[in-house]
Design a protein around this ligand. Sequence first.
Ligand code: NDP
Length: 271
Amino acid sequence: MKVKLNNGVEIPAVGFGVFRAESGEQTKNAVKWAIESGYAHIDTATIYKNERSVGEAIKECGVNRNEVFITTKVWNDDVRGRKVREAFEYSLNELQTDYIDLYLIHWPVDGFEEAWSVLEELYLEKKVRAIGVSNFHKQHIEKLMAVAKIKPMINQIESNPKFNNQELINYCCENNITVQVWSPLGGKNTQILDNAILQEIADAHNKSVAQVVVRWHLQRGVIPLPKSINKERIESNIDVYDFELSDLEMKKIMEMEEGQRAGPDPDNFDF
Ligand code: NDP
């Protein structure tokens, strides 16, 4: 399944996350298993320090470059230091490719407006197929839109059943900005995968809790980026197209909202 971005580019509806996957064999194996299992969309970032392993895994898999959608992100120090173009060239070299499918500003740090103008240049030079932001709240998007010539195609933000972030998702959808969600399974918040309500729904469909959560994201119209380094989990996390959650089940999951982030707050972070 694919989703069309506001510039017409198509992006696979589920991505594979590699945050905290160690560079080298761990990332390479995970990415190879992911591609073999049907993921066609890998989400990395310069700060994850595994772009080289992602690039190697894609090459060694033997798939054509245009069969895998690659996202990477410019890190905060390079935005603050006005080194976005250098950072982009570094990522291209690490990933061993000549274009990136989606390039994101990782966090809304000082200088993001200037960084955006470099992303716009890279897009016009056809070095990236789509550009976007990550961890941007409504006010950051408004600030960006005041100076942008090209509207972001993506905002990548935190969302899970206990912190659904629905208000920001609605705002992005109303503005034709596609939402990708990070820590879709709750990240380090293991209570999500142990949750009794989710387990009951999973049992009713003969699926796992992780599969129910991935499916819930898809049915809300956002792009989840589940991460795993475990072969069986990688395979099962994308095996979500043979069942459908009912309106009542969707509502029950929405009612799990607790309003507490598992990750850092874009309005208050120190990195
Ligand atoms: P996820 O919500 O994807 O959860 C990953 C954790 O869940 C890992 O500990 C993994 O362990 C475990 N897990 C995965 N599948 C299963 C399963 N089926 N059953 C039980 N446990 C499971 O969290 P992430 O924080 O990694 O977020 C996903 C991706 O989002 C990242 O990898 C990254 O690409 C992106 N991201 C972006 C951010 C941003 O600022 N833009 C911030 C954070 C993440 P194991 O690997 O051992 O299976």
